[in-house]
Design a protein around this ligand. Sequence first.
Ligand code: NAD
Ligand code: TYD
Length: 351
Amino acid sequence: MSKSILITGGAGFIGSHVVKLFVEKYPHYKIVNLDALTYAGNLENLKEVQHEPNYFFEKVDIQDSDALEEVFDRHGISDVIHLAAESHVDRSISDPLAFVKTNVFGTVNLLNAAKKAWEGELGLHLFYHVSTDEVYGSLHDGGFFLETTPYDPQSPYSASKAASDHFVRAYANTYKMKTVVSNCSNNYGPNHFPEKLIPLCINNIKNLKPLPVYGKGENVRDWLFVKDHARAIDTVFHQGKPGETYNIGGFNEWKNIDIVRLLCKKMDEKLGREKGTSEKLITFVQDRAGHDHRYAIDATKIQKELGWEPSLQFEEGIDLTIDWYLANQDWLDHVTSGSYQEYYKELYEGR
Ligand code: NAD
Ligand code: TYD
């Protein structure tokens, strides 16, 4: 096999789409999915590829340096695509240290394991770090995030991702490690854990439960279909220039309240409910602490230099997403049992 790629966080939302794309598109690559299977990791996301001969799974925490070294050694890892992270802003507000442990300490551990395994030939291997647009901070109503926008993280989540990005670039500068970083906007699509806005609303609309909109719902996010992000990661992995950063985005800004209304309208139609039924579930709740107002990516560089652009219009992607959730009740039942119930109560009761 020509490459042996370690994909971390491959049991999560975006990682599982990346793993599936690579396993299916590149049968001559060995794909090693390394994941600790936290609450957000779910091997059910990978059932389409779990028996493929080029797919391997390792249940390892990136905080465990010995286990990482052993995996690099045993699988002869040639390249890394690093997605494993604590990824939810609300959780980072209640437990910032968990984000430091995985996103900062875990990333440095992984960099060290790669550096050790590739000693003497660092220029031959790629460490690709997947990051977020949230590192750039919060925009007012105008302007976009460029690759050159100074970092200004505002939440414990984005601060931990910013720190990990800095470490990756520091390893490139100091040890001449071959690295690339991409910073993407908000993703949506199948397999998205229902603590995030879109899947949470789909699940609650389905169950006629309140739709918690933070503040006035005026915050703006730039949404990209997850499979388009996976395609972008494939493009950057194969064509990105070492040492570069690529912003990835959907050119698709929406106010939260408008997304929630769109979901209500579409789901009333799909579920055969009377028009306006789901909108009655909208409940304005206390705002998120330090809530970033607006994110918007300028994705011109990846478009012009690497020829990537989103393939789906937002409404098409939203239709696919709702249909997937309606057809996959078992998946939802599995991920919303047990600890999800406690998390939900803690975050939203009395808000
Ligand atoms: P997710 O929370 O759905 O998945 C994270 C995965 O990482 C899970 O499978 C989890 O088990 C695993 N993981 C967590 N801690 C780990 C540890 N210590 N060791 C090993 N595995 C661990 O996250 P996601 O939404 O798929 O995001 C993936 C990556 O993409 C993250 O780095 C995130 O910062 C970045 N990102 C996400 C978005 C988005 O909209 N979701 C946008 C841009 C960038
Ligand atoms: P989220 O999906 O958590 O992603 P992020 O915070 O990384 O952008 O939230 C998207 C937007 O939706 C954000 O502005 C917060 C808001 N939001 C709500 O209004 N209600 C909710 O229940 C959640 C989870 C988010």
